[in-house]
Design a protein around this ligand. Sequence first.
Ligand code: GDP
Ligand code: MG
Length: 444
Amino acid sequence: MLDALSDRLQHTFRRLGSSGKISEKDLDEALREVRIALLEADVNFKVVREFVARVRERALGQEVLNSITPGQQVIGIVHDQLVEVLGRDHEAMRAAGDGPTIVLIVGAKGSGKTTLAGRLALRFKKEGRRPLLVATDFERVAASEQLQVLGQQVDVPVWVEERAVPAVDVVRRAMKEATRIGANAIVIDTRGAVALDDELADELAAVADEVDPTEILIVVDAMTGQEAVTLARDFDEAIEGTGVVVTKVDSDTRGGAVLSVREVTGLPIKFITTGERLEALEEFHPDRFASRVLGMGDVMSLVEKARDTLGERDMKDIAKRMRTGQFDLEDFLAQMQQMKEMGPLSGLLDMLPGGGNLAKQLGGASLDDRFFKQSEAIIQSMTIEERRHPDLLNGSRRRRIALGSGTTPADVNRLLNQFKDAKKLMQAMTTGKGAGGLMRMLGL
Ligand code: GDP
Ligand code: MG
C-alpha cells in the first residue's frame, strides 16, 4: 500500500534508528526527508507543513534527543500524527432511525462510484439486509447497464428507467419500489462530474432533499491526487457530504489523496477500496492505515478479512487444528486456496509487519499466480498419506513429487520449508503470549 511513500519513510527511519543518540540536526534532516516523501506522494502542502511542524514540536518536547532509542520514538510520533491527519477514530457507517438506510454516492466521473454502489450492496447483503440499487446516471447508456450487471453479480435488484427524466423523479419512484419489495438499504448511484457545475449540484441537491440520505458519500479517486481532493471539497460545499470513500488505494498509488482529504474537507474517511474486485472494500481505521504506511502491518484487518472470506466456523476449525499441532499439508493447501479468494497476495502481505519487503523479495505482483500454482501442483503430486505426514518425505519421494509437478526438488524443499515456517508461526500465534491474546480476543 502506497509503496513509494512507505519505502521512503522506512528508509529515513532506519537511518535514524541506527545512529544511536541523535542531534537536533539529525532530527531536522530526517524531518526534511519526511517532508519530501509526503510532498512526492502528492499530499496537500499545507497538510505537510503542519504535519512536520507538529512532529518536530513533539519530538523536541518529549526529549527524544536524550533518549537511547530516538529512532523508535520519532517513528511513534510520526505514527501518531499520521493517525491524527487521517481522522484519529474509525467512523462507522451511520445507522438509519426507523426507516431504511439510504446511501447517496457522488463524485468525479470514473472515480469508482458505480463499482462502489455494487460493493455496498454486497456488504449490506452480507449483513442480512435487503438492498436496492438505484441508477440515476442517464448521461451514458452504458452506465445503467453497468449497474444492472453489478446487481446481477451480487444478486440485488436494480431500479433503472429507460428514458432520461429528472433524477429526482426516478429516485421518488425507486423509493416506492423499495417499499413495495421491502428493501431496507437503498444505494443511489449518480452521474459524475469532471468539474462540479450548477446543473449537477442542483440535480444532486434535489435528490438529497427528496430522500434525506443516511449517508452522502463523496468518492475520491486516489490516482488523481489533489485534484480529487479539491473536487471533494466542492461537492461537500454544494450538498454537505457525511463521509468520504477513497478508491484505487492500490499499491502503486501515491497516496496524497488519502493523507489530505480529511484535513481539507473535514469529513471522515469511511471506506477505502483497494482493487477492482467487488470484495476490495475496507472499513477505514486511521491507526491501522498509518501502521500499514509505516510498514508495521495490520494484523487486525487481515484477521477481519480472513473471517469475512472463510466464515467464523472455518476460522475456528483451522485455529483448533493449529493449536493442537494437527495442521498438515492438506490444511496448508486449503489455506492457500482460501487466500486466493481473499485477493492478491501482495495486498495481504502489506498487512503483515514487514510484509511489504517480503512481497518485494518474493517478486512483487507476478508473485501470486506463479506462487500459488506451483505450490498447489507440488502438494497435489503428493499422496494423501504424505500430505498428512510430511515427515515421510525423504529424498526419493521429493524427487518423485518434483517430477510429477513439473518442478525441481529445490522447489519442493522450499515449499516444505514454507510449510514448516507457517506451522511454527501459527503455533506461536495461537499459543504464544502476545498474538495468542489476539486470537483469544477474537474468540478463536
Ligand atoms: P464511476 O464513473 O465513478 O461510476 O466509476 P466506475 O465505478 O465505473 O469505475 C471506473 C473504473 O475504475 C472501473 O474500471 C473500475 O473497475 C475501476 N475501479 C474502481 N475502484 C477501483 C479500485 O479500488 N482499484 C482499482 N484498481 N480500480 C478501481
Ligand atoms: Mg458510474
